[in-house]
Structure formats: C-alpha cells, structure tokens
Design a protein around this ligand. Structure first.
Ligand SMILES: Cc1ncc(COP(=O)(O)O)c(C=O)c1O
Length: 312
C-alpha cells in the first residue's frame, strides 16, 4: 500500500491548495459506507470531527452526556467547545443501561449525547436496538463514535435515514492502520452535517493525507482480511486471559481487550521490561486495576501471554 501511496503522491502538485471538499475521497468513503457522498464529511482524524460536532452543537450554556468510562477525548472535545459534561456510569460489564440512559436524558436534556460503540477502553458493544432507543430520547444531537466498527461489523449507518439527530464518527486510524495520515470521517444526513462545515477551517485535509486515505479505502479488501485475523486473535487473547489466575477479562468487540488484576501496576512494569506495552487505566474511574492490551499478530500476542503468565 505504501508504494502506491508514494506513487500517487509523486503526481500531486503541492504548490496548489488541496481540494477543500475532498471530493474523490468522500466519494470512495461513501461507497464504502453505503451512502451518498453528501452524507460524508472528512476531518483531521475523527478527533477533529468530534470537536467540530461539539463546536457546532455544544457551547456555553449547553451540555453533553457521556456514558463512563469511555474515550477520554469526548470530555475534552466537549469542554474545548465550552460545553458542560455530564456523566452516567455504565452498569455491570460496562454496559449502557438503556432505561437509566433514557431517564437521565429526559431529566438532564443534554444538547449532545456521546455513545462510543464498541467503547474505548472497555471494548463493550451497545446493541443496535439500545442505540435506537437512546437516539429516540435525545432532544439534540447524538454522536455515535464508531472508531472500532470494522472489528465488530455492527453499525447504525444503514439506519441514518430515520435518524436525523445522529452523527456517526469513524476513523482510518484503526482498521485501516493510517493513524499517521490523520483522517477521520462523519456520516450523517446532509442537513445534520451542515453546521459542522461552518466551524471548520478551509483546506484542513492536505493533498497528501487525502491521497493516502484514498488509496487505503480503495484497497479495503486488504484491510478486511487483516481485520478478520485481528478479530480471531482478540478472541483467542480474551479466552487465554480469562484462564490466567487472578485476571478478570472483559469481552471486547474492538481490537483490544481490557482486563483487571489486583497487582496491575506491577504487571504493567513487568510487561514493559519484556518489551510489551499495555495501557494502564488505573486513574480512570470505573477501570481501577485495569490494563488494556491491543490484539497484535499471533507471535506478539504469544509473547504478551507468556510474559503475563510468568509475572502472575
Ligand atoms: C473511540 C475513539 N474515537 C476516536 C478516536 C480518534 O481517532 P483519530 O485518530 O481518527 O483522531 C480514537 C482514538 O484512539 C478512539 O479510540
């Protein structure tokens, strides 16, 4: 893929501004997502899409509801936009309790509701029927963060026709392995996307990142093959972790597995000494004693599992 990106990049005229509508890329992403190009907008990573949505729909005197623990940047994006954040802790197993979520929305009337599914850092998938029930209750915007959607193959996008209040945020940083190109995209009804366009700077996506993303999306069959291997490895890692004494592993539909151990800080240090880097989530409320490991290749995962078993 890199060779083709470099080949196509050679033909760019970098003395000229990029296509500010990212037309070619939006058309390819739209074909991938199964919508019309007008339903897609791109950003500098999905982080920028999420920030734009907060700038457009949030702001001073407005609020955003988050189901915690969740992706920490959602707090930050809301606050950068001057939006107050409200939290509803997830229930057992990090599930969103729909009845409590609807009740909280009816009481608090948030302008934005964030739902990350599969959720980072827990890997929890919120079933589509639950997403729809929460969306029905939303008085303002609902942002469904599908950064890890390829690893679970469950998406609200086909239902967006009936969901004018929903923006789906996705990224090329995970399944497409293109984090360095900084390319994310939103899918929503065109009228729902319009306010986002008003808070953006022109020419935000460089010609280079547009072409890199275009090549990656054109070659999506390679990505899907890779994803199926990662999904199989994620299931294996989860199964093996569940059998390690003292470890509580949580089922995941993303490309990582969250697990808890009473001695997690020592485990993280010991793993690092063996060249395995895991994310420590001890300072995240609700994730005390938890570590998150990304599913890598089979040999990488074996190295992790062997190192962990030796440490416990
Ligand atoms: C849930 C979630 N949303 C969004 C992002 C941001 O991705 P991007 O690289 O597209 O900004 C991440 C990155 O880790 C993520 O985990």
């Amino acid at each position: 893929m890199m060779d083709e990106i470099l080949e196509r990049a050679r033909r760019l005229e970098l003395n000229r501004y990029p296509d500010h509508t990212s037309r070619a890329l939006r058309e390819e992403l739209a074909a991938y997502a199964g919508v019309e190009p007008e339903w897609v907008w791109v950003g500098t990573g999905s982080n920028e899409i999420l920030l734009d949505a907060c700038l457009a729909y949030g702001g001073a005197g407005r609020s955003a509801l988050l189901f915690t623990p969740t992706y920490s940047m959602h707090h930050r994006q809301a606050r950068i936009a001057g939006t107050t954040t409200l939290e509803l802790p997830r229930a057992d197993g990090f599930k969103v309790d729909v009845a409590r979520a609807v009740d909280a929305i009816n009481r608090l009337r948030p302008d934005i509701v964030f739902l990350c599914t599969p959720n980072n850092p827990t890997g929890t998938l919120t079933p589509l029927d639950d997403v729809f029930e929460i969306a029905d209750a939303c008085p303002g915007l609902m942002i469904v963060d599908e950064a890890y959607f390829e690893f679970c193959d469950t998406t609200v996008v086909p239902e967006l026709e009936d969901l004018p209040q929903v923006i789906v945020a996705r990224t090329l940083s995970k399944a497409f392995r293109l984090a360095g190109a900084r390319l994310g995209y939103a899918v929503a009804q065109p009228e729902t996307l319009h306010p986002l366009l008003k808070v953006r700077m022109p020419y935000a996506q460089s010609s280079l990142s547009q072409v890199a993303a275009l090549v990656a999306v054109e070659r999506r069959d390679e990505m899907l093959l890779r994803v199926s291997k990662i999904v199989a490895e994620r299931e294996r890692v989860y199964g093996e972790l569940s059998g390690v004494p003292g470890v509580e592993a949580f089922p995941s539909r993303a490309n990582f597995v969250l697990f808890r151990h009473a001695d997690s800080a020592r485990l993280a240090d010991g793993l690092r000494n063996k060249g395995v880097f895991v994310s420590g989530l001890t300072s995240t409320p609700g994730c005390e004693g938890c570590l998150r490991v990304t599913a890598g290749t089979r040999p990488q995962n074996n190295l992790f599992l062997e190192a962990l078993r030796a440490l416990v």
